[in-house]
Design a protein around this ligand. Sequence first.
Ligand code: HEC
Length: 136
Amino acid sequence: MDSKRLLSGLILVAFLLGNAGISFAGDIKPNKKRGQVYFRMVCTVCHMQQAEKTIPPSSRTMKQWRAYFKADKHDVSGTTRSAVSYYMSRDYRVAIKDSNKAAKKFLKLSDEQINADVREFVIKGAKDSDTPASCN
Ligand code: HEC
């Protein structure tokens, strides 16, 4: 098959997938509002319970948050998991859905989507951002 035909074939496949509502990781559009809801109702609730404090977006700079998400650690000794992405995963949402409304509401969204949403919220609310955000 020549490259021109291959290309139009690929374009057709992409078109069909697009029409079927199938999207790719690259398509993810972060939703800051949803990230805020998730952060406050999932992350902060646990920080209040287990760490007895909030860990607001404004506690770190944008650069520190980017590094935090990239490292994907959640350095807590003992009971909690070692990757922050776990707390944005469907596995975790399924595990807490009966007691957590946000987890239940966003159950169907992909891990990547929730990750992008929360990331957007904390970075846009970082200490050195235009709109530093607390946890309230
Ligand atoms: C099951 C409980 C729980 C959940 C859910 C949770 N955390 Fe935590 N997190 C903790 C605890 C406990 C600490 C330790 C705080 C301390 O001792 O200073 C912590 C610490 C942190 C810290 C600072 C320490 C570090 O380096 O890891 C950040 C940042 C953080 N969490 C982000 C998040 C984000 C973002 C989410 C949601 C996507 C989240 N956490 C969800 C329990 C949780």
